[in-house]
Ligand binder design. Structure first.
Ligand code: NDP
Length: 237
């Protein structure tokens, strides 16, 4: 009897937070999973051991390293680009090098990774990028650089969906609102201000975002492409 092929999935930025939840979910769904990380070696090793996935240290700020990592993964059924950093504060005080690094990680890496993955991705493939509700809405001062780094992912999804759609590859962006991770802890100093703007008066859980990603990665989402999928507890309502 023919055995069904085990899907191959890669998560860029999978050692912690939302990315780690996606790695766990993909493994639970029966995929072969590899993920990247930059600084969190111990967390990455532990997650790899726990889930039977493979961890690679690849800095998303390094374009050529990202492209090489995706190329060396071989044909992927699913690529998730989750790696991202935040940079909040007064734009007049921000270090321009830090802003440019943010853009390399949050914008350039997703684009180059998506294009590289598409070279060998089979029909039915999925490219999913983790954006942010701040790509649509910027309700507080101090968010400009971060917001700027998430809106371009919308153009990425719309454009690459058109470029690769004829091959049966979908391209989507998941846009979380406040999610309880190291980047945005539910008990952090700004949590109350953030909750005041939300319908659901709580941070989301990484597993809730992973659930949306799992659906987009699965067979039911084959008609969904070039689209943004907001999961934000009503932050943008
Ligand atoms: P965390 O800071 O908790 O985790 C970030 C993950 O990305 C880690 O695995 C980290 O690896 C990895 N990463 C960061 N920089 C790099 C890099 N240069 N190269 C490779 N990997 C890197 O963040 P979240 O889980 O909260 O965020 C994940 C994504 O979701 C980001 O794109 C973020 O912008 C987005 N998002 C988060 C929201 C939130 O409220 N939490 C809201 C909206 C969007 P390492 O551990 O090695 O540093």
């Amino acid at each position: 009897m023919a055995r069904s092929k085990i899907p191959v999935r890669s998560v860029l930025g999978g050692s912690r937070g939302i990315g780690a939840a996606i790695v766990r979910r993909f493994k639970a769904d029966g995929a072969r999973v590899a993920f990247t990380y930059a600084g969190s070696h111990n967390a990455a090793e532990q997650l790899a051991r726990e889930t039977g996935s493979t961890a690679f240290r690849t800095d998303s700020a390094d374009r050529d390293a990202v492209i090489a990592r995706v190329r060396d993964s071989g044909p992927l059924d699913v690529l998730v680009v989750n790696a991202g950093i935040a940079l909040f504060g007064d734009p007049l005080e921000q270090d321009p090098d830090e802003v440019d690094r943010l853009i390399r990680i949050n914008v350039n890496a997703p684009y180059h990774a998506a294009v590289e993955a598409a070279r060998t991705m089979p029909a039915g493939g999925r490219i999913i990028v983790i954006g942010s509700v701040n790509g649509d809405r910027c309700p507080f001062p101090g968010l400009a650089a971060y917001s700027l780094s998430k809106s371009p992912l919308q153009g990425l999804a719309r454009g690459l969906a058109r470029d690769f759609g004829s091959r049966g590859i979908t391209v989507n962006v998941v846009q979380p609102g406040p999610i309880d991770t190291d980047m945005n802890p539910a008990n952090g100093p700004h949590a109350d201000v953030v909750k005041a703007t939300m319908v659901m008066k709580r941070h989301g859980r990484p597993e809730e975002v992973a659930g949306m990603v799992a659906w987009l990665a699965g067979p039911e989402a084959g008609f969904v492409t070039g689209a943004m999928h907001t999961i934000d507890g009503g932050f943008a309502a």
